[in-house]
Design a binder for this molecule. Structure first.
Ligand SMILES: Nc1ncnc2c1ncn2[C@@H]1O[C@H](COP(=O)(O)OP(=O)(O)OP(=O)(O)O)[C@@H](O)[C@H]1O
Ligand SMILES: [Mg+2]
Length: 217
């Protein structure tokens, strides 16, 4: 479902080399953990898969397709890929509900269906009682769970999650991880998750270890 072929990425006009020839394939319905020390390139790799950054070299294919145009890329990614950012990136002045509805508006989806789905997901992750609060009033863990709800609003086939449980206590970490597991095992989604949590990584189908911009095992 996701193919990454010899991808290179640098920043600052090539001065900061971050990814140095990464290749990997993720099968449909697979739960993959990306591990490695801080700064090894996990978030950058997820951003490339999500089309938020362009590769310097190499290709990323989703379902065997490479984008022919920006328009095609945006249209596909909005529907098929959900992204839970490491720093959540919710809009602080909007309520959690408004944040969650933004991706639905972006694809012209049904608001009434979206609100039912949002309520279900928010209750499952324990933020149902926070939907009408502005994001700046939420705790770090509530924001993180809210970001997961938002990523799932358009029912994407692929979920990219960057440290989705980093800000959570043990109980909420388990709740969120179980939800992620269910999304893959019962919902058939494909999940790539960057994590520092070894115990969670071991419960994934496969663990890729990155070091200094390369996959080492
Ligand atoms: N936009 C950018 N401009 C310049 N350097 C960047 C940019 N984005 C990332 N980097 C650098 O690329 C390297 C990899 O960053 P990345 O965020 O991918 O690491 P990571 O593996 O996700 O780390 P962490 O575990 O701390 O989240 C870091 O050295 C970082 O400083
Ligand atoms: Mg990161």
């Amino acid at each position: 479902m996701i193919e990454i072929d010899d991808v290179w990425k640098s920043f600052d006009d090539g001065k900061i080399a971050v990814l140095k020839g990464v290749s990997l394939q993720v099968k449909s319905g697979e739960l993959l953990a990306l591990c490695g020390t801080s700064g090894c390139g996990k978030s950058t790799l997820l951003s490339l898969i999500a089309g938020l950054e362009d590769c310097d070299r190499g290709v990323v294919r989703i379902d065997g397709r490479v984008w022919q145009s920006e328009r095609e890329k945006v249209s596909l990614l909005r529907r098929e890929v959900g992204f839970v950012f490491q720093l959540h990136h919710l809009m602080p002045d909007l309520t959690l509900e408004e944040n969650c509805l933004v991706p639905v508006i972006a694809v012209g989806g049904s608001m009434s269906a979206a609100k039912i789905r949002m309520r279900e997901l928010a209750d499952m992750t324990g933020v149902g009682h926070r939907l009408d609060r502005s994001v700046r009033e939420l705790s770090g863990g509530e924001r993180q769970r809210g970001a997961l709800v938002r990523a799932l609003m358009n029912d994407p086939r692929i979920l990219l999650a960057d440290e989705p449980t980093g800000a959570l206590d043990e109980e909420n970490r388990e709740i969120v991880f179980q939800l992620l597991l269910d999304l893959v095992r019962k919902g058939g989604k494909t999940l790539v998750m960057a994590t520092h949590d070894k115990e969670m990584a071991q419960r994934c189908d496969r663990v890729l270890q990155m070091r200094d911009g390369r996959i080492v095992s």
